[in-house]
Design a binder for this molecule. Structure first.
Ligand SMILES: C[S@@+](CC[C@H](N)C(=O)[O-])C[C@H]1O[C@@H](n2cnc3c(N)ncnc32)[C@H](O)[C@@H]1O
Length: 377
């Protein structure tokens, strides 16, 4: 791993001005992928992508009006033993607080990046793209840690975030987005932060209260994966995870057992298993609550399902309670922009406000009663 020679003295914050993206170019191309740039957008932006994606970005990408929401930032950079640089809280940070909202400085087209045979061409394009960035942003980028080589490709793979410009429907809109401030966040299997990327803007929120002195962390991998799979993926990042969960074998075994039970309950729900009862929803929520890392997904994967089960069995109190919790958690998980048009959020808001008029209301009520009868016979 390469250590930066000096720490950046200032945070590369987005300027809080509402300005559209004005991409210049194409500057340099290999086949249908070219470099485009707007050095005055945020901290400067260079893009290596197709003409169609460049057009899409021009239409959609806007600077977030508030820039970085909290200023001065409630965290600082520090060397962390065994991890390189990390970010540490210097104030109490509350669940739901947004710590960073920013545009990328470099965006590269994922399907092109992933092709083995064009690696030399893409490296050349990446260098051209960096040339177009303002010097401070170029310096911050090149000082980032990179593992597996000294080139721009290795830097991108160590630090940048994969997402889809269209939200995930079309592979050809896949990109790696490089957000320099977020590149200092280390991994934890029980992270205290969660990020979303919508229309190219990354938003990072606290998923629980964080005390001064605590290291800030995100997860680099899907936390629904069992520990062996998580560790294998983190190994590709060049490190063995030493987080609290991975260090404690007993805890890790319990966590894996929970993941297996969650998978079993979800299959029951997805297949409409006859054994589903109110208890299935309560148990699902309990499993997510017992495992702190899974709090990142509790809205979509547990509260929403549990609220619907309560609705199906016509239990008003629990339907309203879970639906309210689902709405709050979904805003954290999806980010404000996606949550505003999410069908899940809409459905949960309806269930919370008027459970008896929700489509799910009472559909399994009779089944529950017939089960009770069976039990008393
Ligand atoms: C995106 S960078 C994170 C910031 C980095 N520590 C730095 O100094 O710039 C990713 C790299 O940080 C290191 N890293 C991240 N999380 C770690 C962890 N939990 N334990 C050990 N190293 C970690 C790994 O070398 C990884 O490839």
């Amino acid at each position: 791993c390469q250590q930066p020679s000096s720490l950046p003295t200032a945070w590369p914050l987005s300027t809080p001005v509402d300005r559209p993206l004005l991409l210049q170019g194409p500057h340099s191309c290999v086949d249908d992928v070219c470099v485009y740039s707007d050095p005055a957008f945020g901290n400067g932006l260079s893009v290596v992508t197709t003409a169609a994606n460049a057009d899409f970005l021009g239409d959609r990408l806007r600077l977030p009006l508030a820039g970085n929401i909290i200023s001065p930032t409630p965290f600082y950079e520090s060397y962390i033993i065994g991890k390189g640089i990390g970010l540490v809280a210097n104030a109490t940070i509350r669940r739901g607080e947004r710590l960073m909202v920013h545009t990328p400085t470099l965006l590269v087209h994922w399907p092109t990046h992933a092709k083995e045979e064009t690696q030399n061409d893409t490296e050349w394009l990446y260098k051209m793209a960096l040339e177009k960035l303002p010097a401070p942003s170029r310096n911050v980028f090149s000082q980032q840690m990179h593992i597996g080589g000294s080139g721009v490709r290795a830097n991108i793979e160590t630090n940048c975030f994969r997402f889809f410009l269209d939200g995930g429907h079309d592979e050809s809109t896949g990109h790696l987005g490089c957000f320099p401030s977020a590149a200092r966040l280390n991994h934890d299997c029980e992270p205290n932060l969660h990020y979303t990327i919508t229309d190219g803007i990354q938003s990072i929120v606290a998923v629980r209260d964080i005390s001064p002195g605590e290291e800030l962390s995100i997860s680099y991998v899907d936390l629904m994966l069992p520990s062996t799979e998580r560790k294998a993926r983190l190994h590709d990042w060049g490190f063995e995870c030493g987080c609290r969960l991975c260090k404690d074998l007993k805890k890790e075994k319990e966590a894996d057992a929970r993941l297996e039970e969650i998978a079993r309950l979800k299959t029951m729900l997805d297949t409409g298993d006859a054994a589903i009862s109110l208890e299935t929803g309560h148990r699902l929520v309990a499993l997510y609550r017992e495992q702190p890392g899974l709090g990142l997904y509790i809205g979509q994967q547990a509260y929403t399902r549990a609220a619907l089960i309560c609705g199906l069995f016509a239990d008003e109190e629990c339907a309203v309670d879970y639906a309210r919790k689902a709405v709050e958690a979904l805003h954290l998980e999806l980010g404000a922009v996606v949550a505003a048009s999410s069908q899940d959020v809409l459905s949960m808001e309806r269930l919370a406000a008027s459970p008896k008029t929700h489509w799910a209301w009472g559909l399994l009520k009779d089944r529950d009663r017939s089960k009770d009868k069976e039990r008393t016979v």
